[in-house]
Each structure stands twice: as structure tokens, then as C-alpha cells.
Design a protein around this ligand. Structure first.
Ligand code: PMP
Length: 401
């Protein structure tokens, strides 16, 4: 008899499990709108040309593959903070930011979660309802208590701003408030600049610590600076804050696992101490981070020509998603005779759209129409082509009514 008898079968991951169901479907019409990964109009994975160029330069240089320091590649850590806060930000010159390379967004969030668990015992993390499903897993595994704040209003398919502010206000002082820097996943609904100011007001009032998850910088609007506006607004107030970054989407480096955790402190001395503790946390977790993606980012951002090429390609990707969004809206509006207002689709930002489809309706999408999406009604527009919009609109119409 096996000593592993007591280990039960784990449920499939709600997002990555969709790809498995998609693979098993043999219908030619099938569409995978589950995972948030950019596809071309031909629905093929896309490696950015600027990444290929940077990789060729790296190969030509013949760099070695020795271990990085625990905190990661110094040139990467510099540019990643520059991209986020703006290279002229005084916080950088004053060395008030502790930046440590992490295993993409997920690994960077996990490092921060461990820091919270160790140095803020009992402090709660407030997570938007809904949020990216892995947030709860990350804090659960780090043994950090969390609760949810209201975010999505199903009546308007928009932001429940009053509810959000009330819940942040009500949380115990000194909580961490997890915020999506831009292109909220899964809803695609972001606060307005004015609302961000008010959110910052309440967070400061309650002595909370803002904790940004930035997984889509540049990918939402097409502009790196515009998508960092929320983070910079908080940084400009001189508050302490945490920011996890990912290069999975904006540079298409999904499997390279490249990202960072930044902790903004009120002194260089505090930043040095926080950084030393982040390194101490990283050492037994992954020892030191992978080098390939870090070099790609550092080489691209460090070279003005490549940096510009990246911006052009990022705009192209963001633009394709916007075109698909428009086409889907047009198709739905033309097909729906019920008078339903579909304009919420146009108001949403980034790779995802929250359709308002229920779990049962989402099941109909996959069972009858071979369209795979998360059961909360989220579709990834990055996995959709202009050519497939009509088909998707038919599927949504059938499932809704
Ligand atoms: N946060 C959010 C909100 C995300 O949507 C994602 C990617 N789906 C991530 C973090 C992390 O992704 P990765 O670990 O690939 O950087």
C-alpha cells in the first residue's frame, strides 16, 4: 500500500484547465479565449521581433550562464524601476526603492506575500472582488489572511466605486490593499484618474499600504507611461508602497518568468534593509532568478533603437486587441434585437472582457459552440481574431437568450 494514499486528486486549475479542455476538443471551429496570451490575427502565438533581435545580439556576444546574484540582474533591476516610476523619478535617485528580480508577476507577488507574512503578522491583504484567481492562492500559500473589497457591479458591468471605497475604509488600519495597476483582470474595468486620487486618499487616511500588481504595463493603452499613471500617482504622494511587475504580456516573455518586486520606502536606509530581507526570502525559494528574460529586458530598454521598436510592437498588439473589441461590439449590437446596451465592452480596457455570461451560459459556450472561456464570464480578446468575431457574437447571442 502506498504512503501517498491520503493524497487526493487536486482539482484542475480554473484557468490553465481550460487549455486542457480546449486541446481535447476536435471541432475545427473551436476557440480558446481562456488564457490571457496574445495571439496574432491567425491565432498563432507571437514572439516579438524586438525580442528575436535582442536574443540574436545576446547570442553573438556569447555571454555565460553563471548564476545571477540573489536580487537578479543589476541592469534589469535598474530599467524595470525606471519603466515603472519614470527614470527621472526622485525616488530612484534617492535610492528609496528596493527592487528584486522575481519569477515573473506570480513569483514577485509571492516574495512580497512572504515579506508581509514575516514582518506584518496578522495584517490582511484586501483583494478586489473579483480578481485574478491566483491572488488568493498566493496569499493562502504564504499564510497571509485576506478579504475582499467590492469592485465589480453586475448591474452596470462597471466599477462599484462606492462599495470599493467603503470596504477599504472599513478594513483594519494598516491593511495591504492589492490594486491592479491597469487593465483589471478579469473585469477590464479600471478606476478613472479622479477615482484613483480618491482611492489614494482613503488608503492614506487608514494608514493602509497600497500593493500594486502591474501585469499589463503598456499593453492596455499601448503606452508604458499612461499605464503606469496609477502607480506614479501613489508614488508622488510619498507613501510606502509595493509593486509587482511582469513582462509576460507586454514583451511576450510568458515562459521566461521575468518580473520584479519593488518596495517604495521613505528612506534609502529602509530600502536597503527591505531589499536585504527580500533576498533572504528569495534564497531558499529559488536561490537566484533566471537570466535570459532579464537580459532581454535590459538589452531592449537599454538600447534606444530597440526600445522604440518595442514601443511600436506593443502599440500594434494593444491596437489589434482594441480592433477586435470594436468588431465584437459591432457584431453583438447588430445581432441583438433585444435592445441590450453592449457599450460596456468598449469601456473595458486591456486583454480581457467581462461579458456578464453566467456559469451555465459559459458552459453553453464551450459545450455547444466550442468556445472556451473562464466560468466567470471572462473572455480573452487577445485570443480572438477579427475573422472570428461574428462566430463569437452568434455564440454569445445563443447563450444569453
Ligand atoms: N497578475 C495578474 C493580474 C495577471 O493577470 C497575471 C497573468 N495572468 C499575473 C499577475 C502574473 O502572470 P506571470 O506570472 O506570468 O507574470
Amino acid at each position: 500500500v502506498s504512503r501517498f494514499e491520503a493524497i487526493t486528486m487536486a482539482p484542475p486549475d480554473p484557468i490553465l484547465g481550460i487549455s486542457e479542455a480546449f486541446k481535447a476538443d476536435t471541432d475545427a471551429k473551436k476557440l480558446n479565449l481562456g488564457v490571457g496570451a496574445y495571439r496574432t490575427e491567425e491565432l498563432q502565438p507571437y514572439v516579438l521581433n524586438v525580442v528575436k533581435k535582442a536574443e540574436k545580439l545576446m547570442l553573438d556576444k556569447g555571454e555565460n550562464k553563471e548564476y545571477l546574484p540573489i536580487e537578479g540582474l543589476a541592469a534589469f533591476n535598474k530599467v524595470t524601476a525606471d519603466l515603472l516610476f519614470g527614470s527621472e523619478n526622485p525616488l530612484i535617485k534617492q535610492q528609496k526603492i528596493a527592487t528584486v528580480q522575481g519569477l515573473s508577476g506570480t513569483g514577485s507577488l509571492r516574495l512580497a506575500a512572504a515579506l508581509i507574512e514575516r514582518y506584518f503578522p496578522g495584517a490582511k491583504v484586501l483583494i478586489s472582488s473579483p480578481s485574478w484567481g491566483n491572488h488568493k492562492n498566493i496569499f493562502n500559500d504564504a499564510r497571509v489572511p485576506w478579504s475582499e473589497y467590492r469592485y465589480y457591479d453586475p448591474k452596470t458591468v462597471g466599477l462599484d466605486f462606492e462599495g470599493m471605497v467603503a470596504d477599504i475604509k472599513e478594513a483594519p488600519e494598516g491593511s495591504f490593499v492589492l490594486l491592479h495597476g491597469c487593465a483589471h483582470n478579469p473585469t477590464g474595468i479600471d478606476p478613472t484618474p479622479d477615482q484613483w486620487e480618491k482611492i489614494a486618499d482613503v488608503i492614506q487616511e487608514k494608514n493602509h499600504i497600497p500593493f500594486f500588481d502591474v501585469a499589463y504595463q503598456g499593453f492596455a493603452s499601448g503606452s508604458l507611461d499612461a499605464d503606469a499613471a496609477s502607480v506614479r500617482l501613489f508614488a508622488a504622494r510619498g507613501t510606502e508602497l509595493l509593486v509587482a511587475q511582469s513582462y509576460s504580456k507586454n514583451l511576450g516573455l510568458y515562459a521566461e518568468r521575468i518580473g520584479a518586486i519593488n518596495v517604495v520606502c521613505t528612506s534609502a536606509d529602509a530600502a536597503a534593509r527591505v531589499k536585504s530581507q527580500l533576498k533572504r526570502i528569495a534564497r531558499p525559494m529559488h536561490s537566484n532568478p533566471p537570466i535570459h528574460g532579464a537580459r532581454i529586458v535590459a538589452n531592449i530598454v537599454g538600447d534606444p533603437t530597440l526600445f522604440n521598436e518595442w514601443k511600436v510592437e506593443m502599440e500594434m498588439m494593444a491596437g489589434r486587441i482594441k480592433n477586435v473589441r470594436q468588431k465584437l461590439f459591432d457584431s453583438l449590437s447588430a445581432k441583438d434585437k433585444s435592445g441590450k446596451d453592449w457599450s460596456f465592452i468598449l469601456k473595458q480596457i486591456g486583454m480581457f472582457s467581462f461579458t456578464g455570461l453566467s456559469r451555465a451560459q459559459s458552459d453553453n459556450m464551450s459545450n455547444k459552440w466550442h468556445v472556451y472561456m473562464t466560468k466567470d464570464g471572462r473572455i480573452s480578446l487577445a485570443g480572438l481574431s477579427l475573422a472570428k468575431c461574428e462566430y463569437l457574437a452568434d455564440a454569445i447571442m445563443d447563450s444569453y437568450h
